[in-house]
Design a protein around this ligand. Structure first.
Ligand SMILES: Nc1nc2c(c(=O)[nH]1)N[C@H]1C(S)=C(S)[C@@H](COP(=O)(O)O)O[C@H]1N2
Ligand SMILES: [Mo]
Length: 334
């Protein structure tokens, strides 16, 4: 495994706990001043703006709405086994403006930068230790694998969470299509990366281990929960969520779910992965959600649940072992 020495200021980009807290506090402060006399329901979702009528949207709000206004996926049925999680579904505008996608910047507000991601004529190469290696066009993937909706809990290692309605197909279906050989023990997933398109000083090769890559044991990938999403909220995936195809592994911390996948490789050894390469002590390969195992710098016992607003407000709730999916996955780790 390669160890890349990161300059101090970049050594903890996943966990800028201080700046994140400052951000939340600022939001709460805004809420306090705006709600004095104005209905909280028209609190601006983005930026520092004056209060205004619900009809007149700012350019920022219009741009955000445009980034989310994508073709509907139809017909679409919710898988009854994953139709609810006893938590409200996070409001789409909140999920769409609070993201981690370091290729487009080191803050949560990358949604507008991410609109630069080129998603036309997308292809996904599936290769390595399989009988049927293949490069798929995205349209082919959407036709070949029956799409369904699943409501999943989503838990970031930074201790915030959402409930998200994904659209996609179980990873198991791809495994069946490509037929891994018996030597295949691990799978590596690679995200889109182009230093001319992705952003900013400090985010280039040499300072961070691009491209973003993640990995699973093949048994984890074959678990019925492991999912490839091509959509969310009933429509195509917005760029900020990792269009046009991303991983969703709901019992693991969010960083295991690599976005904008271009390559999937079946391997006989465990591949190096992005956060684990940056700091193996803080981000282990397995990364199962576990309230009893604190991160070296903070507790994982509770999480800030972001759901309905107004604005980016949140409530503190308990974190569940395996993010509440123990009945499906605990047997993988016994
Ligand atoms: N390629 C890529 N994938 C990524 C990341 C990233 O920076 N780059 N961030 C991860 C982290 S830390 C989280 S919490 C989720 C966030 O997904 P969301 O923005 O759709 O909620 O994406 C994961 N996948
Ligand atoms: Mo995360």
């Amino acid at each position: 495994m390669t160890f890349i020495r990161i300059p101090k200021s970049w050594s903890i980009p996943e966990s800028k706990v201080t700046s994140e807290n400052a951000y939340w506090n600022r939001r709460r402060f805004l809420k306090t001043i705006v709600t004095a006399g104005v209905s909280a329901s028209i609190l601006p979702l983005t930026g520092c703006q004056q209060s205004k009528s619900a009809q007149s949207k700012s350019p920022t709000e219009l741009a955000l709405a445009k980034s989310l206004n994508l073709p509907k996926i139809q017909p679409l049925e919710t898988n009854p086994a994953f139709a609810s999680v006893n938590r409200p579904i996070t409001k789409e505008e909140l999920a769409g403006q609070y993201n981690n996608f370091y290729e487009f910047g080191g803050t949560k507000s990358i949604w507008s930068n991410a609109q630069r991601l080129p998603t036309k004529n997308w292809q996904v190469e599936v290769t390595g230790l399989v009988n049927n290696p293949r490069t798929y066009d995205l349209d082919e993937i959407k036709q070949k694998f029956p799409l369904e909706e699943r409501i999943y809990r989503f838990r970031c290692v930074e201790a915030w969470s959402m409930t998200l309605p994904w659209v996609g197909f179980p990873m198991k279906a791809l495994i069946e299509a490509v037929e891994p050989k018996s030597e295949a023990k691990f799978v590596r997933f690679t995200s889109f990366y182009d230093p001319d398109i992705t952003t900013g000083p400090g985010f280039h090769l040499g300072s961070l281990p691009w491209p973003y890559q993640e990995g699973l044991r093949i048994e984890e990938m074959a678990n019925e929960l492991a999912f490839f999403a091509v959509g969310i909220y009933g429509h195509d995936l917005p760029k900020q969520h990792g269009a046009p195809l991303r991983m969703v592994i709901p019992w693991k911390y969010g960083f295991k779910g690599a976005k904008s996948i271009v390559k999937i490789e079946f391997l006989d050894t465990q591949p190096p992965t992005y956060w684990n390469t940056i700091d193996p002590r803080e981000y282990d390969f397995e990364a199962n959600v576990n309230p009893n195992k604190p991160h070296p710098r903070w507790s994982q016992a509770t999480e800030k649940f972001i759901s309905t607003g107004p604005g980016l407000s949140w409530e503190r709730i308990e974190t569940l072992p395996y993010n509440g999916y123990g009945e499906y996955v605990a047997n993988l780790y016994s």
